[in-house]
Write a protein that binds this ligand. Structure first.
Ligand code: MRU
Length: 350
């Protein structure tokens, strides 16, 4: 049985000369829009997880560059370009692992350099809209490529949130799942709750319920057992950075899923746009891994749950070696068993 795809959620919108972001810290309880009128506000929203997910961060950063050019031209007059570059440098540092952030920032910097002063803000806004549109279009193509890999109707397992909220729209791994559901290939989605931010429980479940796609939440520790007992067809995840050799940085817990998938003979797919591939990063060891506050692990819902005196180690991403990835799917197609040569060829750099 096939289904209709809904996809009516967007994480960000350019509205009345400002960037508005759906505050993902408040979901699913409340739908609150945060309005940013400066680049520093956008950087702060990214750091504090108002918006998260690698491609969504990139799209918001592009709009952040628009705000910088406008504010700097208004306030700094002749010298606006130095302030603009400083704003973009700070924006690029808002979170370290998702390479889409730097990719979008550098793209906007090039657009600004190519434009004369009067035309620059408009040119950057056009480029930001195009980047946003291209992300959604690319995700739909990626969804079709990924869905074509799936076999008979079966449960799929996913981690974190990789949907419309994590991208310009539609999603990466969740986009593949949407397309596969539409084609009748997904029986239900097993979604890891994804401690400590609970992107799976709060965001993925919210998106899937809105789309009418059946979702069962898993405590993260239940995933390997689900692979043994629940007939999982594929594990499908996104990425924050893919190194030139195919190693994949993604939400903490992804590596454990890949190890468990290989052990159980379950296929493991990474869905990510080419903007998430970092050709300058030779392998996973070179990917900067964000460490966040201990409090995120020591507390839940704002209340301390850990024994007083206990400390926490909170890396929020891990690296899955390329050897554990069966398929890397981008908006350009599928790389089976990704390695350096296949990735370089895929990027047109061979
Ligand atoms: O810390 P987050 O929520 O920004 O982490 C997000 C993820 O790890 C996603 O899986 C990744 O960005 C791919 S989403 C399109």
């Amino acid at each position: 049985m096939t289904h209709e795809v809904v996809d009516n959620v967007r994480a960000m919108r350019w509205h009345r000369e400002a960037l508005e972001m759906l505050d993902q810290r408040e979901l699913p309880a409340r739908e609150v829009w945060v309005r940013c009128t400066t680049c520093a506000e956008v950087a702060s929203a990214i750091t504090s997880m108002v918006v998260r997910g690698a491609p969504a961060i990139g799209v918001c950063a592009a709009y952040g560059a628009v705000l910088s050019a406008r504010v700097r031209q208004r306030d700094d007059r002749g010298g606006w370009r130095a302030g603009f570059d400083a704003d973009l440098d700070a924006l690029a540092r808002a979170r370290p692992t998702a390479v889409n952030l730097v990719w979008a920032v550098e793209r906007m910097r090039r657009v600004a350099r190519a434009a004369d002063d009067a035309a620059a803000p408009g040119a950057i806004l056009d480029a930001a809209h195009a980047l946003h549109r291209d992300d959604v279009d690319g995700n739909r193509r990626m969804g079709a490529y990924g869905a074509a890999l799936l076999g008979a109707r079966a449960p799929v397992l996913t981690h974190c949130n990789t949907g419309s909220l994590a991208t310009g729209g539609y999603g990466t791994a969740l986009g593949v799942i949407r397309s596969a559901w539409a084609a009748g290939k997904v029986e239900r989605v097993l979604a890891d709750e994804t401690r400590p931010w609970l992107q799976g429980a709060r965001l993925t479940a919210w998106e899937l319920v809105r789309d009418g796609i059946p979702v069962d939440l898993l405590a993260d520790g239940a995933a390997a057992w689900a692979m043994r007992r629940a007939g999982v067809g594929w594990v499908i995840v996104g990425a924050d950075r893919v190194a030139a050799n195919g190693d994949v940085a993604n939400k903490i817990g992804t590596y454990a899923l890949a190890v468990a998938a290989r052990h159980h003979g379950v296929r493991f797919m990474v869905a990510a746009p080419t903007s998430t591939i970092d050709p300058d990063c030779p392998d996973g060891d070179a990917i900067p891994i964000e460490l966040r506050a201990e409090a995120e692990v020591l507390t839940a819902g704002g209340r301390r749950i850990a024994a007083e005196g206990a400390r926490a180690w909170n890396p929020v991403f891990d690296v899955t070696p390329a050897a554990l990835v069966d398929a890397l799917v981008t908006e350009r197609g599928v790389i089976e068993r990704p390695g350096p040569e296949a990735i370089a060829a895929h990027l047109g750099r061979a």
